[in-house]
Design a binder for this molecule. Structure first.
Ligand code: ADP
Length: 521
């Protein structure tokens, strides 16, 4: 009961009555979209059912959810809208498959993961098209996500062979102290829509590498990429039941995953609000928890920065995926000596960013995910203007209408404005002026979030000093793009728990077992 109360909020408000919850008006497909969709269908990559125990499965009550192209509202597919029963069956399949999968050697699991990686790379273009169709990001960026997403499978295929233990010198002569790492068991992976592929592989790669099996619940906005990836996993020889996918009624699926004693780990990327609910829910069965939650990234440009490097880095971190990433700069702090120069060059650069449908040539800014996202951006901008901030570029919905918003720069922002307190998750760059390094650090750390931070300076001493003082899990120094499979990704404070990617990412899916061998004398 308690879990139900904790997670009730979204059940009643959004998902439960109708399996239809997108906020953009639905339209029929244009012929251009139809031809992409039919190509994807004939390649076998357009799957619309859930995957349970290796079988493509309809929702037991036959319900479906429409998936929209956020750039146009076109309905591109209808997928199974699942709930408790399907989730329970997916958990049972994963639990059963664990027995076999966890006993394979690291090298056998590595081979399967490597084949999956190869298949994702072979289908890079089609998967990219699928991402652009359901998520909106420009095709080039979408294909880039496929490479980035696949890199986690390659990396963890290699790491599968290196899940080392320890032998600890004993305090007694006739005793040996051994430590081995074992897979935690069935993993529930709940993922968001902003990186429909990479947020899955970043979790499933390490989980599978060390012998766990998984139930994935992708975002209902972007289930098609997850299903295509699952199809390629099957083709790569990953046995039935090792990887299952259910989607539909998020809180019902979430509750079933939380309540199950067979699910031993929950890994989530998404909003801080949902992450907190999942963490509270996981307490009932004391599951291992990893959370990648919201950020409020400061990007600090010091007077001594290289202007070109700072501009390039800030543009990249702010406007990637139209500002819809949790490591996007959310507050740009600029020192007073470089403020005018930086803001004017930044505003000019932003005016050149081409906005449009992600399939159109030269477009670098796609739509936002839905109408609610645009409304949120609008309200944050209005709040800032009403409190004295100034629009330096953009500042309103794009003339393309629909879910498009102009790349925007707002100057004279103060750290207590809504736009600096919460993640805007859109193409809006708020600029805060500061005088001293101490002031910049104080502003940067004045938030409950602590995921990524950036600083631009030519002083090596300042780089160290500021990096070590920022209360953030990731710091980019003279660099705006920091994500890579080889580095640990994760946040301080309310931005989450645990790390993804790198050798540290593997530990999130293992239990440590201490074996004491006594009386050996
Ligand atoms: P966003 O606002 O970015 O969509 P959410 O946290 O709402 O972020 O969504 C991230 C993921 O969490 C999605 O897969 C979504 O369906 C899922 N989700 C949302 N609410 C719940 C819930 N109550 N229980 C389990 N999963 C949920």
């Amino acid at each position: 009961m308690m879990l139900k109360t904790l997670l009730l909020h979204r059940t009643t408000t959004i998902h439960s009555l109708r399996c239809k919850f997108n906020t953009i008006p639905h339209r029929e497909m244009t012929t251009g979209t139809q031809s992409i969709v039919s190509r994807l269908k004939s390649s076998g990559l357009l799957q619309t059912k859930g995957l349970i125990g290796g079988k493509w499965t309809d929702a037991y009550d036959g319900r479906t959810i429409e998936v929209n192209n956020p750039a146009s509202g076109e309905v591109i597919a209808s997928v199974a809208c699942m709930g408790e029963k399907e989730t329970k069956d997916a958990i049972s399949s994963a639990y059963e498959a664990f027995g076999h999968w966890s006993k394979l050697t690291g090298s056998e699991r590595s081979n399967r993961l490597r084949s999956w990686y190869n298949l994702l790379m072979e289908h890079k273009e089609e998967l990219g098209e699928l991402i652009t169709l359901e998520q909106g990001k420009p095709l080039k960026e979408a294909i880039g996500e496929v490479g980035y997403g696949a890199s986690f499978l390659e990396f963890f295929a290699e790491e599968a062979k290196r899940v080392y233990g320890d032998i600890i010198p004993s305090t007694l002569p006739d005793r040996r102290v051994l430590v081995i790492k074992q897979p935690v068991g069935v993993v529930a992976a709940i993922t968001p829509w902003n990186f429909p592929l990479a947020m899955i592989t970043r979790k499933v790669g390490p989980a599978l590498a060390c012998g766990c099996t998984v139930v994935i619940k992708p975002s209902e906005f972007t289930p098609l990429t997850a299903l295509a990836a699952a199809e390629l996993a099957l083709q790569s020889g990953i046995p039935p039941g090792v990887l299952n996918v259910v989607m539909g009624d998020a809180p019902k699926i979430g509750n079933s995953l939380l309540e199950s004693t067979q699910v031993r780990k929950i890994t989530f990327t998404g909003s801080t609000a949902v992450g907190k609910k999942l963490m509270a829910g996981a307490a009932e069965t004391v599951k291992k928890v990893s959370l990648e939650l919201g950020g409020n990234a400061p990007c600090i440009v010091f007077d001594d920065a290289d202007l070109e490097v700072a501009l390039k880095g800030t543009l990249a971190t702010k406007f990637r995926n139209s500002g819809q990433t949790c490591v996007c700069a959310n507050r740009i702090l600029v020192q007073e000596g470089i403020y005018e120069k930086f803001t004017s060059a930044f505003s000019n650069a932003v005016k050149d960013l081409k906005v449009g449908n992600g399939f159109s040539e030269g477009v670098v800014q796609g739509p936002l995910i839905n109408e609610a996202a645009v409304q949120k951006v609008e309200s944050f901008v209005q709040d800032a203007i009403s409190k004295g901030a100034k629009v330096l570029a953009g500042g309103k919905r794009h003339s393309l209408g629909f879910t498009f918003y102009e790349p925007t720069i707002i100057g004279d922002v103060k750290n207590d404005m809504l736009i600096a307190r919460q993640e805007v998750f859109g193409p809006v760059a708020p600029i805060i002026r500061f005088k001293t390094e101490e002031e910049a650090i104080q502003i940067a750390n004045d938030t409950n979030a602590g995921l990524a931070a950036y600083l631009f300076t030519n002083s090596i001493k300042r780089s160290w000093r500021v990096s070590e003082t920022l209360e953030y899990g990731i710091v980019g120094v003279n660099e705006g793009l920091v994500s890579t499979e080889v580095a640990p990704f994760g946040g301080y404070k309310q931005s989450g728990l645990g790390r993804e990617g790198s050798k540290y990412g593997l530990d999130e899916y293992t239990e440590i077992k201490y074996i004491c061998m006594g009386n050996l004398g």
